[in-house]
Design a protein around this ligand. Sequence first.
Ligand code: SAH
Length: 366
Amino acid sequence: MSMPGTTVLGDILARRIAAEGPLRLDHYMAECLLHPDHGYYATRDPFGSSGDFITAPEISQMFGEMLGVALTQVWLDQGRPTPFLLVEPGPGRGTLMADVLRAIRAVPGMAEAAQIHLIEASATLREIQRARLAGHAVQWHDSLETLPDDGPLFLLANEFLDALPIRQFERRGDAWAERQVGLDATGALVPGLAPPLPLAALAHRLADTQDGDIVEICPGAPAFVGRVAAQIAARGGVAIFIDYGNWRSLGDTFQALRAHRPENPFATPGMADLTAHVAFEPLAEAARAAGAACTAMTPQGVVLERLGITGRAQALAQNLAGPALDAHIAAHRRLTHPEEMGHLFQSLAVYPPLAPLPPGFDAARA
Ligand code: SAH
């Protein structure tokens, strides 16, 4: 069963498929990312220029600083709740949290009131976060369920939801064929389609799709946002979600990245980062269904500009020259420019129904 070019996890999955039949795409994605011995996140530090991809907090400290500014405004608006939970799911290297903690020191009492909780699946990344946040009291969790159940929740999630497993469906008439992972004649993993079935969850997509179109569903994302929103509606706070995505899912966005290069997502299970674009409409629906208010989906570049990133960039530039100054200017552009991350990355904030609109965000259209 072992083939040249595949991986240990690839062999494990191929044996399972040979015995049990094709694997749903979300199950495949979960194994590739989170398998305890051979999963992508379980085994490596994927960040930084030597890693597989670079995220906004790793591009510049200004990203975390601006989100810190947003949190301070919400904290003041909500009457300086003390203590409060400062929560980050999928904190990567801990860079965003470190930058936020520095930024919120500008408001007396806020940093002292923050109880830091990180939700992280990877033991490797937990160790990197521990080192990055040395000097702070931090608690780690496997999921939302073990967070303390009192106190307002201030949550930041950057490129977390895009790592949650997706299902894909291809339209066939008025029915949907689910994409699944099977084996070809040589025993290699290949995508295929299950027989089409009518699907209530995609009934609303018959109006805006055509035969052959692909639609994705990420069951974990609205479930996560809904649980967070229920706590914010009951206890106060805010949650900010930032990710590569669109309002509605359309087309195949399942992708693998390895050493900064796109790769066939079925070629090297466990060795490449797998993501999919985030659909924001289901997140907004889940937040409202849980009793919280929710902003419009707002481009990352717009939010960062409104929070003052250009002024901050100019202040930081005062102390820079030569290549460091060039890199700083490039980082500012990369985070905000519509042709770089500024428009591809979108954001959404969830807040208590009677609280002011979180700063930087567009109000939801009525
Ligand atoms: N927010 C960081 C990292 C993004 S990568 C940044 O912007 O740089 C995704 C992060 O989510 C990693 O820390 C990964 O280990 C974590 N992760 C992925 N799936 C997870 C899950 N199901 N539960 C908890 N953490 C998860």
